[in-house]
Design a protein around this ligand. Sequence first.
Ligand SMILES: [Zn+2]
Length: 325
Amino acid sequence: MSATPNTVQTVTGPVAGADLGITLVHEHVLVGTPGWQLDAKAPPFRRADTMARAVDTMLELQAEGVRTFVDPCPMDGGRDVEFLAELSGKSGMHIVCTTGAYFEAEGISQTFRHLPEEEVAEIYVKEITEGVGETGIRAGAIKIATGPRVVTAYEKKMVSAAARAAKATGVPIISHTQDATCGHDQIDLVTAQGVSPDRLVVGHSDGTPDHWYQRGLAERGAFVGFDRFGISIYISDEVRIQNVLRLAEAGHTERILLSHDSILCWMGRPVPYAQSYDQLRAMLPDWRPTLIFRKIIPKLIEGGMSQRQIDTILVDNPRRLFTGD
Ligand SMILES: [Zn+2]
């Protein structure tokens, strides 16, 4: 049942770890909060237009050198693996999708609430080894998510199920944290099932200016996700850059991952303060998956990082997360 060593399952088939290249570990093509289809007043989802825009975005990223795009959309977050497979075919981008569920307050917990942990783990394993539904498209990683400050009983069960499935299949775990809290709880829950902390990226750990929180995660061996570049509502990119540099100076370059948590198309109405996703995007002009290459890396190099360190962060670290080597 274990994944073949050193290969990564993309939506169009296995790819050698050495061929992942520059990898964005946390970006999204489609996102829809549970129930988005019920909102008859939301702008309609136009598949063909969205596909055309998505292909353009993938080509733009390829021009920046990106070879692999990881979309850790949870099952209950508007995931559409056939859309991703078509996009990969049209653009040539390696795309990895995930199995797994969102945190209790914002996911569809009812479906999973009554299932025991073992059965949730079996569902995840099925999506990794056989594919999602009848599509044959296999998940290459598992998404976990916890809410703010406290991990609920439901989230504990779901994270433990994810860790069991990761242990059984050899795929990594990509997490969502809320307000950069509960990262240590995630490490505790994942390692309790025998998964090494270096197969987990604690996502959205850049949602705080607290270097010591980030450093604590790195010291325990987990990857630290600075994966919301461009989302400048609560934390500025300047703070993120300073914290990346500081973590590298502390000797943890090999634990850093960079991404944007960008969303190409947010179906429905994303947040209460925006009537459409276009309106939200207009509020965050830098929030594009090319930002790291155009504006952030130059600043990291200005701040003293070497090109070798940048390559470690963009190429070697994602490969090690996925292959464990
Ligand atoms: Zn995300």
